[in-house]
Design a protein around this ligand. Structure first.
Ligand code: XMP
Length: 518
């Protein structure tokens, strides 16, 4: 969890204190969707640190513990002396109740999932609710007596106090989760708290984010020069646009084409950044170099290692030529900042990220997206006129098509896969499914099978199609693509890519499979 100072100032800010909630990040994102700036900070952050944000309100998140478990995190009573409104959610509601003199008990009426909320009084936080509303619950303990000064607003079968408030002092609590979509009026609860209780202005707009980003970059970089490794993905693209807007031609982008991008993608990156936006761009066609190094290599981890190293070598060579650049731009996102240090996932594959930091290089880092969530990065991209195919590009692995050719990589095989994959991209877009899917792509397993086309025996490659839905790539489900679409994909690929005589669809989820085949 990030421990540093506020990422930005100048916006009305509402802090989310994290009690270990599954939904902590989501609360901060939802607050920002209401155009109020929010950061997630640890529940035991010092009062000095909290004050340094000059927050207009505080939200206490949910958490996995019971308030009665030993070592359960307590709500710091000093929070209630700050003179700003506080909203407790789930565990945060119980912690607030306990600290202010209410009672929290184990009622044996735990609730998980969709629940009917009975609204007795709308008060401030439930003002848009009807007498009965659906909400999302996830709790075992319940508030059974409100603290002095509070009134009960709602109850549910398992929570005698499902919402309560002390409007005078500005303290609010809801047992349900307003931040999840299964609470249809949840955003109204947040809006009432943010605008009416805290008096926040909805000023955190994409235009304001662009302005603030530019100000921050200028403050850090001054009149120095910077270089940026452009991959063609949304993060490095938006970082490039912001940097260029901030420091103009003192930014140079380096784009290393390893020859394993999708069809026409490398050209499009050059056209967009150099052509449309006029950003100084060094485009290195390194495809021969990469293919040479990959000759005879079949083992996936070796492929990744070779590509990762070669990429850094190419990038370094170019960076060395730009002797006067002081800064290196990285596309780190706020979710990476929040999660770094808490991530304990086992290493399944060594991920190579395009634009990875060459360790021994002598640059200072500038991270213009460090305070933004992915959806905000997209909104900024749209605001700055980045084309749709970049703003909404699905994740694409750094090693590119190399880890989608299962076997040795040759120029001919890259070419086959590019043509097959282009059909997948085109048809999925045509069917209106591109944004719904986390990823969809083609894979070329280097085996051959027998077919028959026009009375002739063929002995060709299969193409596997993979399409998955996911929220974060940690787990994924295979997408139930319509049969008609699968049929179109199969017949177009077999007709238009003569080297292919068979198409199969991957119906495995993650786990136990992974999204990529290598
Ligand atoms: P897996 O295959 O592990 O992939 O389920 C999870 C997500 O990560 C992407 N991926 C990569 N991204 N460099 C990257 O930048 C890599 O080496 C890499 N390998 C996998 C993959 O596309 C999926 O979204």
């Amino acid at each position: 969890m990030v421990q540093g100072p506020p990422q930005v100032t100048g916006f009305d800010t509402v802090l989310v204190l994290d009690y270990g909630a599954q939904y902590g990040q989501l609360i901060a994102r939802r607050v920002r969707e209401c155009r109020v700036y929010s950061e997630l900070i640890p529940h035991d952050a010092s009062i000095e640190r909290i004050k340094s944000y000059d927050p207009k309100g505080i939200i206490l998140s949910g958490g996995p513990m019971s308030v009665y478990v030993e070592d359960a995190p307590r709500v710091n009573p000093e929070l209630f002396q700050l003179g700003i409104p506080v909203l407790g959610i789930c565990y945060g509601a119980q912690g607030l109740a306990l600290e202010l003199g209410g009672t929290v008990s184990r009622t044996d009426l735990s609730e998980f999932g969709k629940t009917v909320l009975t609204v007795h009084k709308k008060g401030l936080v439930l003002e848009s609710m009807r007498p009965e509303e659906q909400c999302w619950m996830s709790h075992r303990d319940s508030i059974t007596a409100v603290p002095p000064g509070f009134e009960v607003l709602a109850s549910s079968p398992g929570a005698p106090v499902a919402a309560m408030e002390d409007r005078e002092r500005g303290f609010y609590a809801v047992q349900f989760h307003p931040e999840v979509v299964h609470t249809p009026k949840g955003m109204d609860v947040l809006r009432s708290f943010l605008y009416k209780a805290c008096g926040c202005e909805p000023a955190f707009t994409p235009e304001a984010v662009v302005e603030e980003s530019i100000r921050k970059i200028r403050e850090q970089v001054g009149d120095a020069k910077a270089i940026l490794g452009l991959s063609g993905g949304v993060d490095s693209s938006v970082a490039a646009l912001l940097m260029h807007r901030a420091i103009g031609d003192r930014l140079t982008c380096v784009f290393v084409d390893q020859g394993m991008m999708r069809m026409r993608e490398a050209e499009r990156v050059v056209e967009t950044f150099s052509g449309t936006f006029g950003i100084p761009l060094v485009a290195v066609d390194a495809s021969d170099r990469f293919l040479d190094k990959l000759k005879g290599i079949i083992e996936p981890e070796r492929k990744r290692k070779i590509i990762g190293e070669e990429f850094i070598r190419c990038f370094e060579e170019e960076a060395r030529k730009l002797t006067d650049a002081k800064f290196l731009v990285q596309g780190t996102l706020y979710s990476d900042v929040i999660e770094s240090g808490t991530r304990q996932a086992a290493k399944i594959k060594s991920h190579h990220n395009v634009g990875g930091l060459p360790e021994k290089m002598d640059f200072e880092l500038v991270e213009p997206l460090r305070w933004l969530f992915k959806d905000e990065v997209r909104a900024v991209g749209e605001e700055m006129g980045l084309p749709e195919h970049i703003v909404w590009r699905q994740p694409f692995p750094g090693p590119g098509l190399a880890i989608r050719i299962i076997g040795e990589i040759t120029r001919e095989r890259v070419d086959i896969l590019q043509r097959a994959d282009a059909i997948v991209q085109e048809e999925i877009r045509k069917a209106g499914l591109y944004r719904e899917l986390w990823q969809c792509f083609a894979i070329l397993p280097v085996i051959r099978s027998v077919g028959v086309q026009g009375d002739e025996r063929t002995y060709g490659y299969p193409i596997a199609i993979r399409a998955v839905t996911s929220d974060d790539a940690m787990s994924a489900d295979w997408a139930r693509l319509p049969y008609d679409l699968l049929e179109t994909l199969a017949s177009r690929i077999i007709n238009e890519v003569p080297e292919v005589n068979r198409v199969v669809y991957d119906v495995s989820s993650k786990p136990p499979s992974t999204i990529e085949w290598e």
